[in-house]
Ligand binder design. Structure first.
Ligand code: HEM
Length: 183
């Protein structure tokens, strides 16, 4: 089944939220991997700051996105979509939201536990969420890392599903998030 212009699609705001979050994650994730392996140096500290600012920005956009989402339903999938695919899509989207919240929060908690206050854009100190505790800081670092690997798996699944719809099912679903793909 193909989507026509009159059929349900995401609003402009939903599309902006989606691509802002995706862009932020596509930068923050590799930056995190790269900086985590560097030896301690002024460059590493500067990159960690950029990573934190971007991560906090993603978190802010996500809070707005979730508020918007609470009042707006996602457009329905094509009526002939098998039930298991609808369930899989909903579960993936739910877990993506959970991880996109848990990752920045775990990063913020980690920074607090390690005793490094996050100063947003170098100007606005954010409150430390917990007291200094080195052991807990190390645990939270592991958690931050594992959550990111889980996110990677889900994003790969999410993109694979979009490719399947576009090139195998040819149902035009991708045009709901990328307007230039609309017929
Ligand atoms: C969606 C947002 C975020 C993504 C995708 C992300 C991703 C990552 C990744 C992939 C790593 C490397 C993990 C490793 O291999 O050890 C990392 C490390 C790190 N992240 Fe994030 N992060 C995000 C948000 C945040 C936030 C909001 C903060 C703090 C306010 C933060 C603080 C850190 C720190 C300090 C490290 C370095 C740990 C170390 O080297 O000791 N992250 N992040």
């Amino acid at each position: 089944m193909e989507f026509k212009n009159s059929e349900p699609k995401y609003s402009g705001l939903a599309i902006i939220f989606h691509w802002l979050t995706a862009l932020g994650i596509f930068i923050c994730f590799p930056l995190g991997l790269y900086m985590a392996d560097l030896k301690l140096s002024p460059t590493k500290l500067q990159l960690i700051s950029y990573h934190k600012w971007l991560g906090v920005t993603i978190f802010g956009v996500l809070v707005l996105r979730m508020i918007w989402r609470a009042f707006n339903k996602a457009p329905a999938l094509p009526s002939n979509t098998p039930k298991w695919q609808i369930g899989a899509a909903h579960a993936t989207h739910l877990f993506l939201y959970v991880l996109m919240i848990a990752i920045p929060v775990s990063g913020w908690l980690m920074s607090s536990a390690k005793g490094f206050t996050t100063v947003y854009l170098g100007m606005f100190p954010l409150p430390d969420l917990i007291g200094k505790d080195k052991e807990l800081g190390d645990t939270l670092r592991n958690l931050h890392q594992q959550l990111n690997y889980a996110l990677l798996i889900l994003v790969v699944l999410h993109i694979a599903a979009a490719i399947k719809h576009q090139f195998f099912d040819r149902d035009g679903l991708i045009g709901r998030m990328i307007p230039t793909f609309r017929k």
